[in-house]
Design a protein around this ligand. Structure first.
Ligand code: NAD
Ligand code: WQD
Length: 368
């Protein structure tokens, strides 16, 4: 491949955030190789990326826990110089039911990936962490909005895997640096970004690319989408007895394209500044309640979406709002799209693609 800015291996690159990041990387002049086992995604995402940016990433159907298969991709592509690592299982509830599978895939898969990177001397990694590593930050005074130095305390198995992977990556990068330094060799090339995302949402403004999970969604915006299309009768609001402005819980919703831009900014920062291991929050810094989200989405749909208030969901916390100052300053990155943009883009995607990637979008969207 003719690498303009270099070649990035994207694990989980047919998934929701991975596909948008692949798009943004290609648009910025990187070449991209995607590996994904399609456990929660469709290979059609690759076609849609190509339709939008007229460039096609290479795709390998590989399970990251199959270290030999993963190693073969690295061996075949010595041009890979960085990795963005999305591949993971991510359902919070399921993680409590089958914890061993979550540790095997998320932690074990990350270890396999880091071993391949070491063998092939690929020294930059950007990792999909999550705001869930903070757990309930309201247990500390002055930690909302949440800064990166907030003590970690995940409250579920999924969050524990993210925290562990952060540690595994940190130990590995530091060990590689120490080893090379002791040998008098350039060590600064080993770098990692731990990106703690808040609540990603939205879709591509073209209406032909969006989230298409294989199972039943449990996140607020995809569920609101299903209420809007009539696939669900109403939204269940998990609690209106929180100490917030309207009684519902607060989250920091971030457009998936802003999130993708954050990955590009982090990758460029690693390559330019060689900081070692660094964690950044990727959020807007603005919290919205569940009721505010229902209102915002209802507005773009053009009618009030039905809901009923039920009890709190086990494990939910009052407020997860980012303090994104570090990413704003160091990465020169901040969110550009509004909540209204995210709702409008999501609605365009849902309305035109009720079966996700299992059906072609309307011809007028493809022609645009
Ligand atoms: P997603 O499920 O759409 O994407 C994950 C991708 O990884 C999928 O395409 C899936 O098929 C693939 N995958 C899973 N197991 C694999 C394996 N063993 N080998 C190869 N590929 C495998 O999820 P997403 O929302 O795009 O999330 C991407 C990353 O961001 C994940 O690591 C997730 O934990 C993290 N994250 C997501 C959110 C969110 O709310 N969506 C928030 C914070 C962090
Ligand atoms: C948002 C708000 C719910 C559904 C999860 C993971 C987190 C991260 C993002 C990966 C909450 C309320 C929701 C519904 C509702 N993923 N809600 N009715 O829980 O903030 O974060 O996804 O890293 O780790 O935990 O997101 O979209 O599920 O919920 O009232 O039917 O909407 O209680 O306040 P959450 P969410």
């Amino acid at each position: 491949m003719a690498g303009g800015k270099g070649t990035v291996l994207v694990t989980g690159g047919t998934g929701y955030i991975g596909s948008f990041t692949t798009l943004v990387l290609l648009e910025d002049g990187y070449d991209v190789i995607v590996v994904d086992n399609l456990a929660n995604s469709s290979v059609v995402a690759i076609d849609r990326i190509e339709r939008i940016c007229k460039k096609r990433p290479l795709f390998y159907e590989v399970d990251i826990t199959d270290e030999q298969a993963l190693d073969e991709v690295f061996a075949k592509h010595p041009e890979i110089n960085s990795v963005i690592h999305f591949a993971a299982l991510k359902a919070v509830g399921e993680s409590g039911e089958i914890p061993l599978e979550y540790y095997r895939v998320n932690v074990g898969g990350s270890i396999s990936l880091l071993r391949c990177m070491e063998r092939h001397n690929v020294t930059n990694v950007v990792f999909s962490s999550s705001a869930t590593v903070y757990g309930d930050a309201t247990r500390f005074p002055n930690m909302i909005p949440i800064p990166e130095h907030c003590p970690l305390g995940p409250t579920n198995t999924y969050g524990q895997t993210k925290r562990m992977i952060e540690q595994v990556i940190t130990d590995q990068i530091e060990a590689q640096r120490r080893k090379l330094k002791a040998a008098g060799k350039p060590y600064e090339q080993w770098n990692a970004a731990l990106l703690r995302y808040f609540n990603p949402c939205g879709a591509h403004p073209s209406g032909i690319m969006g989230e298409d999970p294989q199972g039943v969604p449990y996140n607020l915006l995809p569920l609101l989408g299903k209420v809007a299309t009539g696939e669900r009768e109403k939204l269940q609001v998990y609690g209106d007895d929180y100490p917030s402005r309207d009684g519902t819980a607060i989250r920091d919703y971030i457009h998936v394209l802003d999130l993708a831009d954050g990955h590009l900014a982090a990758l460029n920062y690693l390559r330019e500044h060689k900081p070692g291991v660094r964690a950044w929050n990727l959020g807007s810094g603005r919290g919205s309640t569940v009721f505010e989200m229902i209102k915002a989405f209802s507005k773009v749909v053009g009618r009030d979406l039905p809901y009923e208030v039920v009890g709190r969901r086990h494990g939910d916390v009052l407020d997860l709002t980012a303090n994104p100052a570090l990413a704003n300053e160091e990465l020169q990155w901040k969110t550009r799209r509004t909540l209204e943009d995210a709702c409008a883009d999501l609605w365009r995607w849902v309305k035109n693609n009720p079966k996700g990637y299992r059906q072609e979008p309307p011809a007028e969207l493809l022609a645009a």
